[in-house]
Every structure is written in structure tokens, then in C-alpha cells.
Design a protein around this ligand. Structure first.
Ligand code: FAQ
Length: 299
């Protein structure tokens, strides 16, 4: 680790390193798959063909990221169906952010701007994560997330040039998504169970608080260009620190949402469970086809 070498699937690694990587990659994959839901429900209600095509492409990308990440977890010996089972039974987590509802089409723009913005901030350093397959997956994923972030910002710019009602819709969405976006980076460093070990193993390259600060600094000027107010009266530039100060995050809300009691947790998991069950025949058909192919090859 000290030599900053990449760990590859066949290399020796401490069992705890393997378990940590499976946990993080699985949580990340689950987040991508569950993360299709809040925006997915707007595909049929997109205001134009162009917006529908863009949103469809974005949600498909998220499915791709999820499958890509499950493959990375499989290189560590994890079993994909077991991981899905753990998600559905609540034994594995996914990002807190996807437990909030999308009330208007402006939410689609704000998810692109803030949620994908936070995801990029967190994931660009993960391109240098010590586990090879994960780090390489991050390169492609970050490129696509960057397109997602831009489409969200462009959507919001368009709405902000529209009517007063449209501008109010954007501001309302920003008000609802700002604090949950800051929570995406995880608990404060002092309360983070895994940061010290994951930093030592170079899985994580920055702490939760460092990345959260980077996100705030990056987002404030973007909010100014957009013409929206970030809902934090304590948000101001601190000349001495060279960073923005910001208000106290409601950590009890993050704890509640992570432990399953957010506004949409039950619905998100239920939709996933039903999709998995409805897809059983596809998995059975694929397995039967593969068995037939194998039998034909042996003849
Ligand atoms: N939500 O000790 P730490 C996306 C858990 S982006 C839920 O600090 P760690 C793209 C944590 O797992 C979102 N749980 O943990 C997209 C641990 O629980 P455990 C996904 C959280 O791992 C955009 C406990 O709290 N991105 O999907 C959260 O060192 C738009 C203690 O925390 C990734 O997963 C949370 N916010 O740091 C898709 C990035 N925060 O397992 C669709 C990769 C913490 O002990 C639409 N992951 N927890 O029971 C990471 O970088 C890290 O895992 C952190 C957490 C930074 C998330």
C-alpha cells in the first residue's frame, strides 16, 4: 500500500480489505440501480421529446453503472444475486439521497446539478482508488456523470429563463435537495467508522468532510450564475480559510434515512423487490439457454 501499487483480483489482500471493497462497491452499485427510480418516474412526463430522450439516456447510463459495478464486486468473489438479496432484505445500504421524492420536473434538473455534482466530486478521486477494477470502472462512470451533471445544469438554466412559476419551481427543488446532497458525503469525519482504515488502504483518497467542503466551494459560484439561493443563512466565503463556511448539517436526519426511515425508503426497496421478482423468468431463460449451449458444445 505504501508503494501506491494497484491491487488486482488475483493478488493477495487482507480479508478485511476484500470485505471493505465488496461493501463499498456493492453499496455504490445498489445506489446506481435504486437511483434510477426518482428520475425514472419522470420519463413518461418529460415536457418535450428532447428532454425525454436525454432523461432516458441518463437513466440507462445509471443501469449500466450498476451492472458495471456489480461486475467489479464479482472480481472479489461476491455473488451478484446474493448482493441483490441483501439489498432487498435491507442488509446492505444504498445512498441516502435516493430516499427523497421527486415532486416536479425541476427535481430532475437539480438531481443532475447537485446529486451528480456531488457524485463526481466523490468519485473523481476514486479513479485513483487502490483496487484496480473499481478505479478503472470509475474513469468511465465519471465521464458519464459529467454529462449527467451538465444536462441537469442546462435544464435548470432553461427553466430560470422561463416564467416566474418555473423559477420558483427551481428554487423550491434546490431548497429540498441542498442539505440531502451534503449528506451524500457521509457522516462527519469524527463519526465515520471506515475513513481512517480506508484512507490507510488508499481506497479513499480524501475524507468525507474534505470532499463535502470541495463540493460546497464548487457549487456556490454555479448557484450565482443560475440565480438561485442556497438555503443556508450561514453560507459565506471565509477569506482566512480560503473556503466557504456553511451551517450545521442535521445529522439526525442522515441517521434516520440511512436506517431505513426516510421519506421513500420503503417504496424504493419495494419497487426493486418487485422488479427482481418480475425478472425471474428472464434469469431462468438465460440460465436454461446457457445450459443448452454447454450441452451442445460437449456433444
Ligand atoms: N448514504 O464510515 P463511513 C450515484 C454509511 S452516487 C447511505 O463514512 P465510508 C450516482 C456507510 O456505508 C451515490 N449510507 O463509510 C447517481 C457506513 O455504513 P456501514 C453512491 C451512508 O464507506 C447520481 C456508515 O454510514 N456513491 O449513485 C452514507 O467510508 C444520480 C459509516 O460511514 C457511492 O457509493 C450515505 N450518504 O464512506 C445515480 C460512492 N454515507 O457499511 C443516480 C462510493 C455513509 O458501516 C442518479 N462510496 N453511509 O453499515 C464512498 O465513497 C463511501 O462509501 C462513502 C461513505 C463516502 C459514501
Amino acid at each position: 500500500m505504501e508503494r501506491d501499487q494497484r491491487i488486482e483480483p488475483r493478488d493477495w489482500m487482507p480479508e478485511k480489505y476484500r470485505a471493505t471493497m465488496v461493501r463499498q462497491i456493492a453499496q455504490h452499485a445498489h445506489s446506481e440501480i435504486i437511483g434510477m427510480q426518482p428520475e425514472g418516474v419522470w420519463i413518461t412526463r418529460a415536457p418535450s421529446l428532447r428532454r425525454k430522450a436525454i432523461l432516458l439516456a441518463k437513466v440507462q447510463d445509471e443501469a449500466g453503472h450498476g451492472l458495471y459495478l456489480y461486475s467489479a464486486a464479482e472480481t472479489l468473489g461476491a455473488d451478484r444475486s446474493e448482493l441483490t438479496g441483501k439489498l432487498i432484505s435491507g442488509r446492505q445500504k444504498y445512498s441516502s439521497i435516493f430516499n427523497y421524492p421527486t415532486l416536479t420536473f425541476a427535481d430532475v434538473g437539480v438531481i443532475g446539478w447537485l446529486v451528480d455534482g456531488a457524485a463526481i466530486c466523490n468519485q473523481v478521486p476514486l479513479c485513483r482508488s487502490s483496487y484496480g477494477p473499481y478505479a478503472r470502472a470509475m474513469i468511465r462512470i465519471c465521464k458519464e456523470e459529467s454529462f449527467h451533471q451538465r444536462q441537469g445544469y442546462e435544464l435548470l438554466l432553461t427553466l430560470m429563463r422561463g416564467t416566474r412559476a418555473q423559477r420558483e419551481m427551481v428554487q423550491d427543488a434546490v431548497n429540498r435537495w441542498w442539505w440531502p446532497s451534503l449528506m451524500m458525503f457521509g457522516p462527519p469525519d469524527a463519526d465515520s467508522t471506515h475513513t481512517a482504515q480506508s484512507m490507510a488502504w488508499k481506497i479513499k483518497r480524501h475524507t468525507n468532510d474534505e470532499l463535502r467542503q470541495r463540493f460546497v466551494d464548487m457549487t456556490v459560484p454555479q448557484a450565482e450564475v443560475l440565480g438561485v439561493t442556497l438555503p443556508d443563512p450561514d453560507l459565506r466565503w471565509n477569506e482566512e480559510r480560503g473556503h466557504h463556511d456553511f451551517g450545521e448539517i442535521d445529522w439526525s436526519e442522515l441517521k434516520r434515512v440511512i436506517s431505513g426511515d426516510g421519506p421513500c425508503n420503503a417504496e424504493r426497496v419495494e419497487v426493486r423487490r418487485k422488479a427482481h421478482e418480475d425478472g425471474a423468468w428472464v434469469r431462468e431463460a438465460a440460465a436454461a439457454h446457457a445450459a443448452k449451449q454447454r450441452a451442445a458444445e460437449q456433444r
